[in-house]
Write a protein that binds this ligand. Structure first.
Ligand SMILES: [Mg+2]
Length: 165
């Protein structure tokens, strides 16, 4: 049971390896998207061309994109201001709170929602606990803040002993 909660439904090496057509044909219509080390590194305050392209790509593939991050309101608001997406800061992933906030507003069918993020401890665990589909995107930057580095150590352990292969 525990291993199930830490096992992503799919692991991809990089964001562009995501297959939107596949998930769309399976009935998925909403993507909850992490920012730090998923769209940009933790030190990039505004969306760069890559991040913009990624969000547009998902939207053009038919998905509603919602950005949810554990980072501060200042960070998330600034990052999302020109992306035309709904956003949630201080998500406290993996706690339920942010998922409840989103569901209270949208009443999504869980079978239509997937999440993309780069951390097992926050993104994947939170997602699986709430009964959603989780795509784990491998982090591309090793230059991370203290709290994230702490999570990475737990993650190494999880990948070795808990995540189902
Ligand atoms: Mg992240």
């Amino acid at each position: 049971m525990i291993s199930y909660l830490f096992t992503p439904d799919e692991i991809i090496d990089k964001f562009e390896d995501f297959n939107p057509e596949k998930y769309y044909s399976l009935g998925y219509r909403v993507i909850l998207l992490d920012i730090d080390n998923t769209l940009v590194d933790e030190y990039t305050p505004d969306p760069n061309e890559t991040a913009k392209r990624r969000v547009e790509w998902l939207k053009n593939s038919g998905f509603e994109v919602i950005i949810y991050s554990n980072n501060t309101t200042e960070r998330v608001k600034r990052f999302c201001q020109n992306l035309d997406v709904e956003w949630y800061a201080w998500s406290f992933k993996p706690l339920f709170l942010v998922y409840f906030r989103i569901w209270k507003r949208h009443h999504f069918n869980k079978k239509t929602v997937l999440t993309m993020g780069d951390q097992l401890v926050t993104d994947v665990f939170g997602t699986k606990k709430f009964g959603l589909t989780s795509i784990y995107v491998k982090p591309f930057s090793v230059d991370e803040k203290f709290y994230t580095r702490f999570n990475r150590n737990i993650e190494k352990f999880l990948f070795k002993y808990v995540v189902r292969k």
